[in-house]
Design a protein around this ligand. Structure first.
Ligand code: GAP
Length: 486
């Protein structure tokens, strides 16, 4: 199976591995190896570059992973951040009830109430997948990880379940720092923690994972405005609205008119689609926005479309990100809880800003890159990553493990390594060295041979076409950079 083949390379070559592996691991915790860390960082940097440059007032900050209980009372997580749990009455194994129903009969159970889930479990005669026992009642389980802060204890804290709360509780200060204007965007990239009932599908549902989120604070009266909307209104969006049972394409302008969603929201949908199609090079027919029903939406969202990528290893379209209209839910909640004013005063108009959230799961996007790029060919295994996402951009080889080829290859390696992620390999035949790089998705290989010493040219080999071309040493860097930028 493709998933096993990817896992084999991922483990063997240092992309990802289970956390605490030598102690048997704990479900839902994974770690990044050397290549995985490089690629994750490239994804995050591409995200920063794309989204933080959408407006001069969009910035990244870095906030605490542990926050006091009051934050999550204010945000509503302690009350509402729950998943439906059912336990086997025989072996006591716990399961996410909606997952069991989906697995048993293919229904999307995310929008069912706990009573409807119990009914479905009875009607479909769903039993414990582990021992066949009867399942107990469906109850709500809060997914927050609780902590006792300080030596004396007594101060309750929680690991953050989303980066977003850091932006909300910093809003007051950041609004002043950014000179009392709107919109402002506060981005946070970092780790989050959820005590998932049944982490599964390998790398997909984790208990500790990474998010890249941008909270955009704006005046709610301007939800249907964006100064650059006209530039994007003709862009076709790939969407799967609730009233359609398959993807449709419609221009951003028509989409706004048909579904009555503000231009501010739709503009950012276009920019998200651009990120997936143009930067991450996701094939168009494997990308879509999916509208969520009222019951499926997170408790804080008024308008909620997920971004989904069709992944063979996960059996179809899966959520990798979301675009959420959170209204003033969070700022109002924190205002009430902290007694600090979140209201702004812009030209005499006083209001609590609303928030548009662009929320991305870094790890799911990372997995999507592996899934979409992996290919098993007759002679080789290859990841066809977009060059700017590949962990290693270029590998340099001396044709033979001999001087003066080694000296020349080392010199070229050093030049390239100061600009981009570069590997150096002098072991085995050139063919084997190409295969090793193909397997980790390195888009370019440079071979230094005896002609290099004579005429200053090297062989530049392309991973996808396997084409080899002689390039002058002086033109090499420019050639690689221009291919990476394509
Ligand atoms: N701040 C909004 C928020 O957290 P979410 O839909 O719960 O929204 C955002 O999460 C993204 O985080 C998802 O689209 C998904 O990519 C990722 N994500 C959520 N739960 C996850 C989990 N258990 N493991 C890995 N990624 C997860």
């Amino acid at each position: 199976m493709k998933v096993d083949e990817i896992m084999d390379v991922a483990l063997r070559r240092g992309f990802i591995f289970p956390a605490s592996e030598i102690y048997g691991g704990v479900s839902g915790f994974w770690e990044y190896g050397n290549l995985g860390t490089l690629m994750k960082r490239k994804w995050e940097d591409a995200w920063r570059h794309h989204f933080l440059s959408l407006d001069q007032n969009y910035y990244e900050i870095s906030t605490s992973n542990i926050m006091p209980e009051a934050v999550f009372k204010g945000s509503g997580h302690l009350e509402h951040f729950n998943d439906p749990l059912t336990a086997c009455t025989k072996c006591n194994q716990r399961f996410r009830a909606d997952d069991l129903i989906t697995d048993a009969c293919g229904k999307n159970a995310e929008d069912m109430t706990t009573e409807e889930m119990e009914l479905a479990i009875n009607e479909e005669n769903i039993k414990c997948p582990r021992c066949g026992g009867d399942l107990g009642p469906v109850q709500l389980f809060n997914m927050m990880f609780c902590l006792d802060i300080g030596a004396a204890g007594g101060t309750k804290g929680y690991l953050r379940p989303e980066t977003a709360q850091g932006a909300f509780i910093s809003f007051k200060r950041m609004f002043e720092v950014l000179r009392n204007r709107l919109p402002i965007g506060i981005g946070i990239v970092g780790r989050v923690y959820r005590n998932e009932i049944s982490p599964r599908q390998g790398f997909f549902r984790l208990r500790e994972f990474n998010q890249a989120e941008l909270q955009i604070f704006f005046d709610p009266d301007t939800f249907d405005e964006h100064t650059s909307f006209d530039d994007v209104s003709g862009t076709p969006l790939r969407v799967r609205p609730l009233d359609r049972d398959e993807e449709v394409e419609m221009t951003a302008g028509d989409f706004r008119d048909t579904y009555g969603i503000g231009r501010f929201y739709v503009y950012h949908m276009v920019k998200i689609q651009e990120f997936y199609l143009d930067v991450l090079k996701v094939p168009r027919d494997k990308f879509r926005f999916r509208e969520l029903s009222e019951r499926e939406r997170a408790f804080y969202n008024k308008v909620h479309w997920d971004i989904e990528v069709d992944m063979e290893t996960l059996g179809g379209y899966k959520e990798v990100a979301g675009i959420h209209y959170r209204t003033s839910h969070d700022l109002s909640g924190h205002q009430e809880m902290s007694k600090q004013k979140m209201q702004v005063n812009i030209d005499g108009k006083k209001f609590v800003p609303h928030v548009l959230e662009l929320s991305f799961g870094v790890d799911r996007n990372f997995w999507a890159l592996l899934d979409l790029a992996f290919a098993k060919e007759e002679e080789r295994t290859v990841f066809r990553f977009p060059p700017r996402m590949a962990p290693i951009t270029v590998a340099v080889f001396p044709l033979l493990n001999k001087q003066p080829l080694i000296e020349k290859a080392t010199e070229i390696y050093s030049q390239l390594a100061s600009i981009m992620q570069t590997d150096y390999d002098r072991g085995g035949s050139i063919g084997r060295r190409y295969r090793r790089q193909d397997e980790i998705g390195t888009p370019f290989c440079v071979t230094v041979d005896f002609d290099t010493l004579e005429d200053g040219t090297v062989t530049l080999r392309d991973r996808d076409s396997m084409e080899q071309k002689r390039v002058g040493e002086n033109a090499l860097l420019g050639e690689i950079l221009s291919r990476v930028a394509q």
